[in-house]
Design a protein around this ligand. Structure first.
Ligand SMILES: [Zn+2]
Ligand SMILES: [Zn+2]
Length: 330
């Protein structure tokens, strides 16, 4: 099968992914073999390809927002031919303290799709049968792909921030994940304030109904109940913290930050403000989000790339060259 393979991480401008013919994964017990229909491109893929996340499997096929058809290993839950999605969490041990306390997103021995096991920048992919999600018919392949990480983890971020219906919520950064979170927030009747770099990102936020839009570290004109930061920047986290009312929460939706600056406790964190990171996702997050996405007919803005253009897709993410999300259709 054809796949985009990473052997040695390098800056994306050096095109580290090689498009190669590799052997198709064989079926094994507990797993389903998927014929890939689409695979979303996530900023985490960029961190893997560029080596900001240390290599865990070499060589590796990245990609953790897979839409595919079950072609082997079918089960009662996912019969042959079922169209399913696969996300970043590809499996857990089920036995560690976190798994036993309903925090499977924090599992001590997780499997990460497209990082510790091969992912979906390929024609076929193997996935644990209990970590695939049947996809509602309302969501087509291209538009379902970015929901599977950008969407689910954005949704989890809103939960981690303890977002309540009708609140004022800030989104700092407006890429793939934020442009899906805004639809969820509108479904919850929240007012959304967006601070982001890039004129076209600001324009998209306005089009999608943000109540106020400003530049990357601009403070919204009102105190926020909740904020989620998407940019991989510590300065942006501080801008979000500075925008909160007392008792408000900032959820950091980033697996990697450039740095975390020193900040003034008395003015920024005191008053029971909270700063929380968002790690991975649970299967309940995935199911709840996909259900809502189908109900509200969520339609992400997606730019389509071919498998041969995998490096170009990641370059576009790195350079903020596209609005919304990117997806590869093999
Ligand atoms: Zn565990
Ligand atoms: Zn991701």
């Amino acid at each position: 099968m054809k796949a985009a393979v990473l052997d040695t991480p390098a800056p994306i401008t050096q095109r580290p992914l090689k498009i190669e013919d590799v052997s198709k994964p064989g079926a094994k017990p507990g797993y389903v073999l998927l014929k890939v229909r689409a695979c979303g491109v996530c900023r985490t893929d960029l961190h893997i390809v560029e080596g900001e996340l240390p290599p865990r499997l070499r060589p590796v096929i990245p990609g953790h927002q897979i839409v595919g058809d079950v072609v082997d290993g079918a089960t009662d839950e996912v019969p042959q031919g079922t169209r399913v999605g696969v996300s970043w969490i590809g499996g857990i041990d089920g036995t560690c303290w976190y798994c036993r306390h309903a925090m499977e997103n924090l599992c001590d021995s997780p499997t990460f799709t497209g990082y510790t096991v091969n992912g979906g920048y390929a024609e076929y992919a193997l996935a644990r049968a209990d970590f695939v999600f049947p996809l509602p018919a309302q969501l087509d392949d291209l538009h379902a792909a970015p929901l599977l990480c950008a969407g689910i983890i954005g949704f989890r971020s809103l939960r981690v921030a303890d977002t309540q219906k009708g609140e004022r919520v800030g989104l700092f950064g407006f890429g793939a994940s934020a442009h899906l979170a805004i639809d969820v927030l509108h479904a919850w009747k929240c007012d959304v304030y967006v601070s982001t770099r890039g004129e076209s990102h600001r324009k998209l936020a306005e089009e999608l109904g943000a109540k106020w839009v400003g530049a990357e570290t601009d403070k919204p004109p009102v105190k926020l109940d909740r904020a989620v930061t998407f940019a991989p920047s510590g300065d942006v986290v501080l801008a979000a913290l500075a925008s909160l009312r007392k008792g408000g929460v900032v959820a950091i939706n980033a697996i990697h930050l450039d740095h975390m600056p020193q900040f003034d406790y008395d003015t920024l964190l005191w008053g029971e403000r909270q700063l929380r990171s968002v790690a991975n996702m649970t299967r309940d997050d995935a199911r709840d989000f996909l259900k809502l996405a189908a109900e509200i007919r969520m339609k992400p803005k997606v730019t389509r790339f071919s498998l041969d253009q995998a490096n170009e897709a990641l370059l576009a993410v790195q350079q903020d060259a596209i609005d919304g999300a990117a997806a590869i259709l093999p």
